[in-house]
Design a protein around this ligand. Structure first.
Ligand SMILES: Cc1cc2nc3c(=O)[nH]c(=O)nc-3n(C[C@H](O)[C@H](O)[C@H](O)COP(=O)(O)O)c2cc1C
Length: 196
């Protein structure tokens, strides 16, 4: 940047990116009737919104009505890709089904490619062992999709963070971890925006 640009406070693309708020999607990984993921997603969003550091929104895979990839018409596929393209980072709300992520989440991941690339992501998971096994599977998938998954990973227990496995009552101890995860998603999200 030249002397005059500095004098008149002209900003570089990198500086603009560093000061703009990111758009972060909180993606609900389950679609079944009676799912608890909306409760968990709303809780994460309520913590995130208090920070004021990014634009956070719930993204519900169920609304896009994606059939299994390659099986017939998928009118929601374009809208799904457009939504992902509008986002700079993700928080995946991950539930454990047979030691992995849901079929619905895997299918939705498969429906896009470039729209995932060079963005950051955090995971909030739940299950009998905090959804840890599903979350680790998701990390492997994210490597292929060039999504940078952050270290901090709040894990919620079906036994101690839910009543009757259905009403979400999170313990206070998770709050710091959610905020730390969001710090990391924002930091890496900003860094990666500069190379897109
Ligand atoms: C098909 C299926 C398989 C499941 N397998 C596991 C499992 O392997 N480990 C686990 O901790 N919980 C397992 N569960 C329990 C889910 O984690 C629990 O029902 C959770 O609420 C599911 O998330 P959802 O309500 O958002 O769909 C399974 C549930 C379903 C429906």
């Amino acid at each position: 940047m030249g002397f005059l640009d500095k004098l008149f406070k002209k900003t570089t693309k990198e500086e603009e990116v560093m000061t703009e708020k990111l758009n972060i999607g909180i993606i609900l990984g389950s679609t079944r009737d009676g799912r608890v993921s909306p409760q968990v997603g709303e809780w994460v969003k309520s913590i995130a919104d208090k920070r004021g550091d990014a634009n956070y929104e719930i993204v519900d895979i169920a609304e896009y009505k994606l059939p299994l990839l390659g099986e017939g018409e998928a009118p929601g596929a374009a809208a799904w890709n457009e939504k992902l393209a509008s986002l700079d980072g993700f928080v995946f709300i991950v539930q454990e089904y047979n030691h992995s992520i849901t079929g619905a989440l895997k299918n939705a991941l498969d429906y896009a490619r470039e729209a995932w690339n060079n963005k950051s992501a955090g995971i909030v998971s739940y299950g009998s062992t905090g959804g840890a096994r599903a979350a680790e599977h998701l990390r492997g998938i994210m490597g292929e999709l060039m999504i940078a998954d952050v270290r901090t990973h709040p894990t919620l227990s079906l036994f101690t963070d839910f009543e009757n496995f259905s009403t979400f009552k999170p313990q206070d101890m998770h709050l710091d971890n959610v905020n730390l995860m969001l710090d990391q998603v924002n930091a890496w999200g900003k860094a990666l925006k500069t190379i897109r």
